[in-house]
Design a protein around this ligand. Structure first.
Ligand code: ADP
Ligand code: ZN
Ligand code: ZN
Length: 744
């Protein structure tokens, strides 16, 4: 290092993260400013100015000091991102190979990324006036106004909480405020307290689990809390949270999807009189920023949210809860591909707090960590309300005459369920009417011109849609190849099942729940509301239905697409299917009305099904772990997947060959002996992606694999800068996925 460059440090050089997709940071001179790490600065970049975040002060500039530019303005006197969060973000960027600027900026709410001052974001909370409380009692208000008065009750709720509990509440707030029935107030700052009453006495297992959790004391202690739906896990989280709040510290609760936030928020509100910051994708930007700042200031006692809430600053952290830890939604699937559960573990480690991973069906990764003694497992074996487990019946489809893909025995079970005035759920993980539209005369089938895969038929819309790239076309009236009118839909999607079941049961509502029917913000909640009164009904849906929404009159559950899970090329398909069956089975039945689960399959003797039914999830999971070990798959090895796509095949091939070379240790590339840690990293490919063509782009991938994380990360850290330098080719897109959840 040049001595003259070093001497510039005295003048002050800072390393700044900018929101650009590059692995590096940028150096600037401090000039008259003295920015703290974690503070935002305005800096010259390219032809304009950008908001950046200072990641460290440094003594060694990366370029000659005369070429460094000074900071234009300092936006935060003290750091906006606390040092421990900044350090965790840098660790995360290294681990998941993210661009540091994108990671740091991704952790901040939009309005703060744009450089707004925290002080500009005034707090907003609402409560009912005496007149409002009277109006609620007397029920003089209807619709949205009544709902808002109901949600407020006697509490002071922040705009952020109202966004979550009652989307679209602001229209009603304007009306009620004008009528003097509600008023704006300052959010409470008193220490949080537990509400009187309504705290159940823990059963023995819950008490043991809680005692073990609390006995661990401070410090990093990872726990798996394993218990079926209704076994009282949430109650244990609440008790642990109570202790943390009493000590004046903060709890972070993560749930896998936005639909589960209102339920968790209601449980927390019912138990604690505390400030709760809610973070998810469905918030007004100002409300999101206020919630984040509330967490940062330590004013929010509880931070509740989906995946990205894991980036909230927690100056007084005491506990992290990750509910449904096995859920794949915790993995971000584009841009910075982090895993929120795993980042929560990193944060718990650096914040030195206990972390509870809860699930009825833990991921194999977590079970392997229990095996190896890294996590302590706490078990809740029984359901709180002594609800019997629902029996699971396997229906052997071989040789049977099927009606719309449904077997006679399943139809009989549905008939009986409707006859008893109860609700049924028919689960099929395939949207649309039929996955293939086929010409019976000549064999032509509708295929995507850009991906060469079959188009899914949506008969209601008279449309063909590509599920891979979104390409649509009108459903043809006749075969485009032979002009015959003999076009027949092959296979069954949710739309077709809905049609068939509606025809068979004309007297009961048949509701379809999938991404197509619930695109609107609160459509899903409305659909579920229709069922809350408990009338007979049939729900047809995709996996959206599997997640913990409670339907008390649901007694019959059918999974009709089991074989798709048994035969998938995805190495996690078996684990997913076992989780799905257990989760869905957990939804059926209640104390006075036992439930029943039906699985349709052509392979009733498949070891996954037989072990799951005989031994339960733990035995099935152990079998799966054995298979992963035998075939050298995660969690027994660690993977990183480089994906790339390009319209021009030659460009793609050239890039992939260069990528392989960049990851190949120099010694081996030169024909010498492999040296150092890199010898345990194996490189597979380049090979065509499982979808080799998507939206007209050729796709390829390269898989890196190692039984140890350190050499894998070393290889990535050495190879990626070279790959990035090469990837400026126009039209070429690439990404790196560390610990991919699937290989697609
Ligand atoms: P899980 O999170 O495992 O699905 P919950 O904590 O939500 O389970 O408990 C299921 C139901 O039982 C909830 O309605 C909860 O209020 C109630 N519950 C939990 N623990 C107890 C208890 N010890 N005594 C009485 N009711 C309980
Ligand atoms: Zn034809
Ligand atoms: Zn397509």
């Amino acid at each position: 290092m040049n001595a003259m460059w070093q001497s510039t440090a005295a003048a002050g050089v800072v390393r700044v993260a900018l929101p650009v997709p590059l692995l590096q940071t940028f150096d600037y001179l401090c000039g008259t400013f003295s920015p703290q790490p974690g503070a935002r600065v305005l800096v010259p970049f390219g032809r304009g100015r950008r908001v950046g975040v200072v990641v460290e002060s440094t003594g060694r500039a990366e370029i000659a000091p005369e070429r460094l530019k000074p900071i234009a303005a300092l936006l935060d006197e003290e750091s906006l991102l606390p040092p421990n969060l900044l350090a965790d973000l840098r660790r995360a960027a290294d681990y998941w190979c993210g661009a540091i600027g994108e990671v740091v900026f991704g952790a901040m709410p939009l309005v703060l990324r744009e450089g707004r001052a925290p002080a500009e974001l005034a707090e907003e909370a609402w409560r009912a006036t005496a007149g409002g409380l009277a109006a609620r009692e007397a029920r003089t208000r209807r619709g949205g106004s009544a709902a808002l008065l109901g949600a407020l009750g006697n509490d002071l709720l922040s705009a952020n909480e109202l966004d979550t509990l009652l989307p679209g509440w602001r229209a009603a707030a304007r009306r009620l405020a004008a009528a003097g029935l509600i008023e704006r107030a300052q959010p409470a700052r008193e220490p949080p307290c537990t509400r009187e009453g309504a705290t159940p006495i823990l059963n023995d297992e819950q008490a043991d689990a809680l005692a073990e959790l609390l006995a661990a004391g401070g410090g990093f202690h990872p726990f798996l809390l394993q218990g079926v739906t209704g076994s009282g896990k949430t109650e244990v989280y609440l008790r642990a949270t109570e202790r943390v709040l009493r000590e004046g510290r903060q709890a972070l609760w993560l749930v896998p999807e936005i639909g589960l936030v209102p339920q968790a928020l209601s449980r927390l509100r019912a138990r604690f009189n505390a400030r709760i910051a809610v973070l998810h994708s469905n918030l007004a930007e100002g409300d999101r920023a206020r919630a984040w700042l509330d967490a940062r200031a330590g004013d929010a006692a509880i931070v509740l949210g989906t995946r990205s809430a894991v980036f909230a600053p927690l100056p007084r952290a005491g506990l992290i809860v990750v509910d449904e830890e096995h859920d794949a939604s915790y993995k971000q699937q584009e841009g910075f591909r982090y895993h929120a559960r795993d980042f929560a573990l990193m944060r718990a480690q650096s914040l030195r707090v206990p972390i509870v991973l809860g699930s009825a069906t833990p991921s194999l990764e977590t079970l392997a960590n229990v095996e190896s003694g890294r996590y302590v497992r706490l078990r809740l074996h029984r359901r709180v309300h002594a609800r019997p487990a629902s029996p699971v019946h396997v229906l052997d489809l071989r040789g049977l005459q099927l009606t719309h893909g449904l077997s006679p025995a399943l139809l009989a079970a549905l008939d009986a369920c409707i006859e008893r005035g109860e609700q049924a759920l028919v689960f099929k993980n395939r949207r649309g009417y039929a996955p293939v539209l086929l010409c019976h005369a000549c064999g032509w089938h509708a295929a995507c011109p850009r991906c060469e895969k079959p188009l899914t038929l949506y008969r209601g819309r008279r449309q063909l849609l590509c599920h891979h790239c979104g390409h649509t076309e009108r459903m043809p009236a006749e075969c485009p190849s032979c002009q015959a009118a003999a076009l027949i839909p092959q296979g069954h999607g949710t739309e077709r099942l809905e049609e068939a079941l509606a025809a068979r049961y004309p007297k009961v509502p048949v509701l379809r729940v999938d991404r197509d029917s619930t695109r609107r913000r609160d459509a899903f909640a409305k659909l579920l509301d229709k069922l809350a009164d408990g009338q007979a009904a049939i729900l047809v849906g995709t996996q959206m239905l599997a997640k913990g929404h409670d339907l008390p009159n649901l007694t019959t559950v059918a999974i009709v697409g089991v074989d798709e899970g048994l035969h998938s090329a995805d190495f996690r398909a078996g684990e997913r299917l076992a989780q799905l069956i257990v989760q869905v089975a957990g939804r059926a039945g209640r104390a006075d009305k036992p439930g029943e689960v039906w699985l349709q399959t052509h392979e009733p003797a498949h070891p996954l099904l037989t072990t799951l039914l005989k031994g339960g999830y733990d035995v099935a999971a152990a079998l799966q772990l054995g298979e992963r070990l035998a075939s050298n798959l995660p969690p027994f090895t660690h993977l990183a997947l480089l994906r790339a796509e390009c319209r021009q095949r030659e460009v793609l091939d050239g890039f992939m060959a260069a990528a392989r070379a960049a990851f190949t240790p120099r010694a081996r590339a030169n024909g010498g002996e492999p040296c150092g840690a890199a010898e345990v990293v194996r490189i597979h490919g380049p090979s065509p992606a499982p979808m080799p063509l998507l939206a007209g782009r050729h796709r390829a991938q390269l898989l890196l694999e190692s039984p140890q994380r350190a050499p894998l990360h070393k290889t990535l850290a050495e190879g990626l800068p070279q790959i990035q330098a090469r990837s400026q080719t126009r039209g070429l897109r690439w990404s790196i996925d560390v610990d991919p959840v699937d290989l697609y």
